[in-house]
Design a protein around this ligand. Structure first.
Ligand code: KG4
Ligand code: ZN
Length: 356
């Protein structure tokens, strides 16, 4: 059996060989932080050779949210098949892989561990670099699969677990300008959807309904203190619940489409306004949208309109790269690969891993 220092030696040799060989660099990415089991192959940092995603949404739906233990078991069952499929679709074998990049946090610990263990096993067996990737860095780097990044930039990260405004002055540098103080944007979407009896995950359903209704209910906008880039969505969520309750008690029927449209208008106004205040204050060259809520049509439209008005370059990933996927993890991993930023074999899952 290879000792750890022998493995490290092999990794460095392979890394050096790769750099002088002129051969394409294939990063195998793995993502298992929540309820998607995904593996992907990216060539030379930006070309997607494969991006296989197995969603567990149908399984968790009947519980109204992700059940961590069920998620871990599903990852265990799926990971090897999905890895093989990603390699097959990319028409390569493990022998062609230059490095393996894996999400090691934040996320559900049992779910993360499945990906981390698989990645460590492959890195060890093949003597290739192991790269630990932050899940949110992955979401941000989904944009590099669309267009080259231009620094400094601001990324609005909106997912089921995160709402953050991130300033990047260069690759791999993340400064959090503001973040949610309570619910994440996606979480608020999912909770409001539930109160409207829509299925999990509710974001896409609210988005669809919002386009059928009018933003006629004046829900609050949570601006917080002047100058703050933080967000808060729990007040808005409570306002929606109270409005629905009060209407029910009075025997009135509220149009779910109007509720969805009014809720969405409040979320989007705050997200877009704070993003562009930061754009102005920090004089950035580019705005990136990232995370599952980046799939929201209303948000995409508003950001596009505002960017055109302000003359700023906006990058939005295609829908398939907005929600959790391994291509984004491999894309972020490639930047770490270039810097030689490798993990050791004792890499562990860190559920609350900070970004900066
Ligand atoms: O990034 P993601 O796949 O997982 C996390 O890392 O959290 O994001 C999932 C979240 C869910 O809350 C889901 O409701 C939301 O993204 N989402 C949307 C839309 N599509 C997905 N929210 C609003 N509008 C959408 N179209
Ligand atoms: Zn995510």
């Amino acid at each position: 059996m290879l000792k750890t220092n022998q493995w490290k030696q092999r990794v460095l040799e392979k890394y050096e060989q790769q750099q002088i060989s002129g051969k394409p660099c294939y990063i195998l990415g793995i993502e298992t932080s929540c309820d998607e089991t995904s593996a992907a192959v990216i060539r030379d940092g930006v070309e997607i050779c494969s991006n296989v995603i197995s969603s567990q949404v149908e399984i968790h739906k009947r519980f109204g949210g992700v059940v961590p233990e069920v998620a871990s078991r599903q990852h265990v069952e799926g990971i090897t098949v999905i890895l093989q499929e990603a390699l097959d679709k990319a028409e390569i074998t493990l022998d062609d892989v230059s490095a393996i990049a894996v999400t090691y946090g934040p996320g559900l610990v049992g779910a993360l561990l499945v990906g981390v263990s698989a990645a460590k096993s492959i890195a060890y067996a093949k003597g290739i670099p192991l790269i630990g990737v932050h899940h949110i860095a992955g979401h941000i780097y989904a944009n590099r699969l669309v267009k080259e990044m231009e620094f400094p930039l601001i990324s609005l990260v909106v997912s089921g677990g995160h709402t953050e405004l991130v300033y990047m002055k260069e690759h791999g540098s993340y400064e959090i300008l503001g973040q949610t103080r309570d619910d994440a944007a996606g979480e608020a979407y999912d909770k409001v959807a539930r109160s409207l009896s829509l299925p999990y995950p509710g974001g896409p359903h609210i988005d669809r309904l919002a386009h059928e209704g009018k933003a006629s209910i004046p829900f609050p906008r949570s601006w917080l203190e002047p100058g703050s880039y933080d967000f808060s969505f729990s007040g808005l969520k409570s306002a929606v619940l109270n409005t629905l309750h009060n209407a029910a008690q009075r025997g009135e029927e509220l149009s779910p489409a109007d509720v969805a449209a009014s809720f969405q208008a409040s979320v989007i106004e705050v997200l877009v306004e704070k993003t562009f205040r930061a754009v102005e204050q920090y004089g950035v060259k580019q705005v990136l949208l990232a995370g599952g809520v980046a799939a929201n049509r209303g948000l995409r439209t508003e950001l596009t309109n505002r960017s055109e008005k302000e003359g700023i370059d906006l990058v939005i990933p295609p829908l398939s790269l907005c929600t959790d996927n391994a291509a984004m993890i491999a894309a972020a991993g490639y930047i770490q690969y270039l810097r030689g930023d490798f993990a050791e074999l004792d890499l562990n899952a860190i559920p609350g891993l900070p970004l900066s």
